[in-house]
Design a protein around this ligand. Structure first.
Ligand code: 2HA
Ligand code: ZN
Length: 284
């Protein structure tokens, strides 16, 4: 099968295009990766042409022999649908989990995303934690969640609780809350290690003053997770711009919603806030 006709490639391109249209991918901002199923690789195997092995820059032994579809370094999400063979690539991981090689795409040269270490370390953690169900890691630069990292204290309890209160859906969509990575230099092993530690517990991690990482089982769920977090962040930015909350969902309400929908939310995110009463300024 022609690689571009494969349903997983079509789904990947549609998601990249949706992200571009949301305004989350200025210039070459953001990156996306998908852990390809064995049967999907079999269908396109005759179209794959292995290149040289190169260092990943970190170790992911839990992903040895896996194949990933990823965006290219310096490539624009805008061009994923217009010129996928230039903007995207399929890479294979070697048996030791320390090297990769390009087997398709990047026809005009280039490398996989600069955030390959973070993507692969997140994949390794989420593959194990989800018993193989999680396949998509998505990094974007949504405006409102980044804006909040200049205002809210940079801790998981504050970010999670404030976002939970903005939309009743939030504790159902990301019950494990959101992890917070302090500002760090992007693109290397150090930020990859910090992010993947948080991903053991969460499906979402915010990079202060930079962007958001989401993990999910498929393209729809992972895009929907990014969209839900950013929507809640947009509401919070508007609420703060209007002078702060006058009323909100109580902690007991968040606990009841999660029980009603059968998800388990850690108690630290739904404790009653003593300070927050009608008319108070924000309590974080
Ligand atoms: O430019 O978003 O974090 C791609 C990025 C790096
Ligand atoms: Zn980024």
């Amino acid at each position: 099968m022609n690689v571009l006709k494969a349903p997983f490639v079509q789904g990947f391109i549609r998601m990249a295009d949706d992200g571009w249209q949301q305004g989350w991918h200025e210039r070459n901002g953001g990156n996306l990766s998908y852990r390809i199923r064995e049967e999907e690789i079999q269908e396109i195997r005759e179209s794959l042409h292995p290149g040289e092995w190169r260092e990943i820059g970190t170790e992911v032994p839990g992903l040895s022999g896996e194949y990933f579809l990823v965006t290219g370094s310096g490539k624009f999400f805008r061009n994923a649908s217009l010129d996928p063979e230039d903007a995207l690539t399929i890479v294979e991981i070697d048996e030791t989990g320390t090297q990769y090689r390009i087997v398709w795409g990047l026809v005009n040269g280039g490398r996989p995303t600069s955030e390959l270490p973070t993507h692969l370390m997140n994949h390794e953690v989420k593959k194990a934690a989800s018993h193989g169900r999680h396949r998509v890691i998505y990094h974007a630069h949504p405006t409102n969640i980044v804006a909040l990292t200049f205002v809210l204290p940079l801790d998981d309890v504050t970010f999670t609780r404030e976002l939970f209160e903005m939309e009743t859906e939030c504790p159902i969509v990301f019950p494990a809350g959101i992890g917070v990575v302090p500002w760090m230099i992007p693109g290397g092993r150090e930020i990859a290690v910090e992010t993947s530690k948080l991903m053991q517990e969460h499906d979402v991690a915010v990079w202060a003053h930079h962007g958001l990482f989401c993990s999910g089982e498929d393209f729809d769920l992972t895009f929907g997770l990014m969209h839900t977090v950013e929507k809640a962040a947009e509401i919070l930015v508007k609420v703060l711009s209007m002078g702060g909350k006058r009323q909100t969902i109580p902690g007991d309400g968040l606990r009841d919603v999660s029980r009603a929908f059968g998800v388990s939310v850690p108690e630290k995110y739904v404790l009653e806030k003593s300070k927050e009463k009608a008319g108070d300024s924000p309590a974080f």
